[in-house]
Ligand binder design. Structure first.
Ligand code: SF4
Length: 507
């Protein structure tokens, strides 16, 4: 007698079933989370997210008690964020209405937000061994081929027919394994297009294989093409801050995005949404284009960088680079995010002035501007007058003459600061960043660069004004410690400087 479908499948599954991070558990919480993730995400991608998510929210209570923003942040990159919002709502229901216990009941599972027939059946069968076929794309394809169903599988009566066939094939035990075996068969051998029937355990029972039309099954009606939308993505910055707003629309709801404007394609048109936000642009620059495909629409995005005069609150919330990192920002705008990060925390090149003497004048101007800004509250009027670009150029030239290493810091193609190192004394002598380029991570990169250039195995030295806690903090972040010694620079201005040491590292 021929073995039944389920017998063949389970033997095959025991040998060839996939090893996945969410397999081998009967914990309904973990099965539910993985099945929600797998709804619109490839299995290979979902694995890493699943481990990260369940580490952060190890049980249904942890998820129920979390802030929605934290849940969305952990979901970042998976897309289809309504899944995460529903997961959070459902966790609250299980935790607070069902005392944290998932019911071994298909209908009750189906009542949870975001749980459809497929997910309820997957949890019911895998966690509780209930005979519920989990009709996803893989099961639909395999069963329509095996049973020779040649009608549109989108028609409700055909769906019901396939479900009834799956129920008939379902064994009395190992119901979860049966579903997973069909999923794995559909993912490995009975794949879309031409299947690998020769290796298939169901070959001798399969109608489509016999008829030679497996590549035409399942039959699906032609879907409507997605809606194509032209979208301007406005990366609006004011000094070191960027404007983001939280979506109210159903698509990407509660996620943070850069201001979006439909049907805006020229610089003049960009001014309209800016005007509505009360923003006055200093510059408007077109950046690259990007595209994101949702299930029913496609965004064709043109990115714009707009620097504005004032960070008006009316326009929305403004964030620094570091603050932006903690927000849930959807993958749909990942190109804009990369561009924003480049603007807020640009790549920094360190150009040695020994080799780039033509940059000395520009670097001296930046040095002067930065020095005047840093010392605006505590330099004497005489000093402020004396420290001109010409004077700064003389200082830079004297550093070069005395064989100090002098660098122009270049960020996004512009001179952003100056760095002077004394390699003999193992000292970071000077570091200034242009005011407009500050808080963009350039200072941290410059200190790291300095540490690489100097000798890590000897004590390193840097001097900072006591009245400049930002500078002190910057050096401390990179391992400099604050000794108690300080030197009085100017009594009238109560100006002290302090020396920070980075102890030499052991070999
Ligand atoms: S025999 Fe071929 S078409 Fe039939 S289930 Fe197996 S792989 Fe799919």
């Amino acid at each position: 007698m021929k073995k039944a479908i389920h017998q063949r499948l389970l033997i095959w599954y025991d040998i060839h079933g996939r090893t996945l991070p969410f397999r081998g558990t009967k914990d309904p919480y973990r099965i539910w989370v993985s099945e929600i993730m797998l709804q619109q995400t490839r299995t290979e991608t979902a694995g890493g997210y699943f481990l990260r998510f369940t580490q952060r929210f190890p049980d249904v209570f942890a998820l129920a008690d979390a802030e929605e923003q934290d849940v969305l942040k952990m979901w970042e990159g998976l897309g289809y964020y309504s899944r995460a919002r529903n997961l959070h709502k459902a966790a609250k229901k299980v935790a607070y209405e069902w005392n944290g216990v998932f019911p071994a009941d298909y209908e009750q599972l189906l009542s949870l937000p975001g749980v459809g027939e497929y997910t309820a059946a997957a949890v019911a069968s895998i966690a509780f061994d209930l005979p519920c076929p989990a009709m996803d794309g893989n099961l639909t394809r395999v069963l329509s081929r095996v049973h020779g169903v040649r009608e549109d599988v989108g028609i409700p009566s055909v769906k019901r027919q396939l479900l009834a066939l799956a129920q008939k094939d379902m064994p009395s035990k190992r119901c979860g394994d049966f579903n997973q075996a069909l999923m794995d068969l559909g993912a490995s051998l009975c794949c879309p297009g031409t299947p690998d029937c020769d290796k298939c355990p169901l070959k001798s029972l399969c109608d489509a294989c016999r008829e030679g039309d497996a590549d035409l099954l399942p039959v699906k009606a032609v879907q409507k093409p997605p809606l194509e939308i032209e979208m301007a993505v406005l990366i609006i910055t004011c000094k070191n801050k960027i404007l983001l707003s939280q979506r109210k629309e159903a698509l990407l709801k509660n996620l943070w995005v850069y201001p979006l404007a439909e049907d805006v394609s020229t610089e003049t048109e960009v001014k309209t949404p800016l005007g509505k936000m009360g923003l006055i642009p200093l510059s408007i620059t077109p950046l690259e284009q990007a595209k994101h495909v949702f299930s029913h629409r496609v965004w064709h995005m043109q990115l714009w960088h707009i620097e504005v005069e004032e960070a008006k609150e009316k326009a929305g919330l403004w964030f620094t680079y570091e603050q932006m990192q903690s927000l849930p920002i959807p993958t749909a705008v990942k190109a804009a995010r990369a561009a924003a990060e480049h603007i807020l925390a640009p790549e920094v090149n360190f150009l040695p002035l020994q080799e780039h003497r033509s940059l000395i004048c520009d670097t001296a101007r930046v040095y002067c501007e930065s020095w005047q800004h840093a010392h605006r509250d505590h330099a004497t009027p005489e000093m402020k007058k004396e420290y001109t670009p010409v004077f700064m150029e003389m200082i830079l030239r004297s550093h070069l003459d005395s064989e100090k290493a002098v660098y122009a810091l270049q960020a996004n193609g512009q001179i952003a600061g100056v760095l002077v190192l004394d390699k003999k004394e193992n000292e970071l002598c000077t570091l200034y960043i242009r005011p407009v380029m500050q808080k963009r991570n350039i200072g941290t990169k410059a200190v790291q660069f300095a540490i690489e250039q100097l000798d890590r195995h000897r004590d390193m030295k840097v001097t900072a004004l006591e009245k400049n806690p930002h500078a002190t903090h910057l050096y401390q972040k990179s391992g400099f410690t604050l000794p108690s010694a300080r030197t009085l620079l100017n009594k009238e201005y109560d100006l002290w400087e302090q020396i920070l040491i980075r102890p030499g590292e052991k070999e």
